[in-house]
Design a protein around this ligand. Structure first.
Ligand code: DP6
Length: 336
């Protein structure tokens, strides 16, 4: 028996992407990034120090070793060193990030682990400290401690690289919707860690990309405050395309796009132009597209997607909350 708490952290979608590290050891990004935490996709994790003979990671009731365990141990090691404890950790984790949503679970996974491990070690950490801890596991996890719109300050050392919520017009936060359009749930050929490393090391557009990301962020902040969704969407779409352009200029070049990725981006642009529907596309390190829109347009968009991309899987979500702690897991609650 254990009285350790379950930490629940939600995944996020970046509007200004994190793509490139300036320090891979400390996990310091090349540029500031900004994301929206998502409501329906999350990870629940519990850590028990002394619960296993060696560090053990169980995800959805399966034991994981190799790189997945190594990432988790990086976070747990930080906690052990802060709390001055030596014992091995049993990490139990459940993912509620369906492959059908085309979203990575490393952001919610590492954020939930940071919260759960700190709690289990008896540490009282604020969100800024927790985001730094999550960062050690996966960069995008830095932004999954808080809810709503979140900015990750790149910083220049461990202390200064953390995330914080960003002010946004309440009606924007309430009405923004993310429509995930999934063409493929196959694992990508090059993971984000390797993809961004190759881009940073070899792409002739990398310096231009980081400059562009800074400019986009400067424009995005007032657009969020003013609730100017069209400006938000335009900036996010342009930023995603700039990131993907940098991968095409890497050596060897690569892209995450499938023909359908590009087809959807183009058709969304036409739809916007012809009908005035505010809808914009963003794409992470994979072929699937996340559309940004507002609640009144979701039904119309769904119908349009069914006609234009009948085989794609479509999932809709909205802005999600900050990390939380619970005595039981969610389905334990539901089935109780
Ligand atoms: C395209 O956070 O998965 O989703 O820090 O190496 O674990 P590591 O990478 P990861 O990269 C996310 C890249 C992205 C953009 C973003 O979320 O900002």
């Amino acid at each position: 028996m254990t009285n350790a708490l379950w930490a629940r952290a939600h995944t996020n979608i970046a509007l200004i992407k994190y793509w490139g590290k300036k320090d891979a050891e400390l996990m310091l990004p090349a540029n500031d990034s900004l994301s929206l935490t998502l409501a329906d996709f999350y990870t629940e994790t519990r850590v028990t120090f002394g619960g296993a003979a060696t560090d053990t990671l169980r995800l959805d009731d399966h034991t994981l070793t190799g790189p997945a365990l190594a990432k988790a141990v990086k976070v747990v090691d930080q906690v052990r060193s802060l709390a001055h404890i030596q014992s091995a950790a049993l990490i139990e984790s459940y993912n509620h990030v369906p492959t059908a949503a085309g979203l990575a679970s490393s952001a919610s996974g590492m954020a939930a682990l940071a919260g759960a491990a700190a709690k289990a070690a008896g540490l009282t950490l604020d969100h800024r400290q927790l985001s730094r801890l999550a960062r050690r596991g996966s960069g995008s996890a830095t932004r999954s401690i808080d809810g709503g719109f979140v900015r990750w300050f790149a910083g220049h050392d461990d202390d200064s690289s953390f995330a914080m919520p960003v002010a946004a017009a309440p009606e924007l936060l309430a009405n923004i919707r993310v429509v995930a359009v999934v063409f493929s749930d196959q694992p990508k050929s090059i993971g984000s860690t390797d993809g961004m490393a190759r881009t940073a090391a070899t792409s002739s557009y990398f310096a231009a990309w980081t400059e562009r990301a800074d400019e986009d962020l400067t424009l995005l902040l007032p657009a969020l405050r003013q609730g100017d969704f069209r400006a938000v969407g335009t900036i996010a779409e342009g930023n995603a395309l700039a990131m993907h352009a940098a991968t095409l200029a890497a050596r060897p070049p690569f892209t995450y796009f499938l023909p359908s990725t590009l087809a959807l981006i183009q058709q969304v642009g036409q739809l916007r132009e012809h009908t005035g529907i505010p809808v914009f596309a963003t794409v992470d390190a994979g072929p699937n597209v996340k559309l940004l829109t507002l609640s009144p347009y979701v039904t119309q968009l769904q119908t349009w997607l069914q006609t234009q991309f009948p085989t794609a899987q479509v999932t809709i979500t909205q802005a999600g909350p900050e990390m939380s702690y619970h005595q039981t897991r969610k389905e334990e609650n539901t089935h109780a």
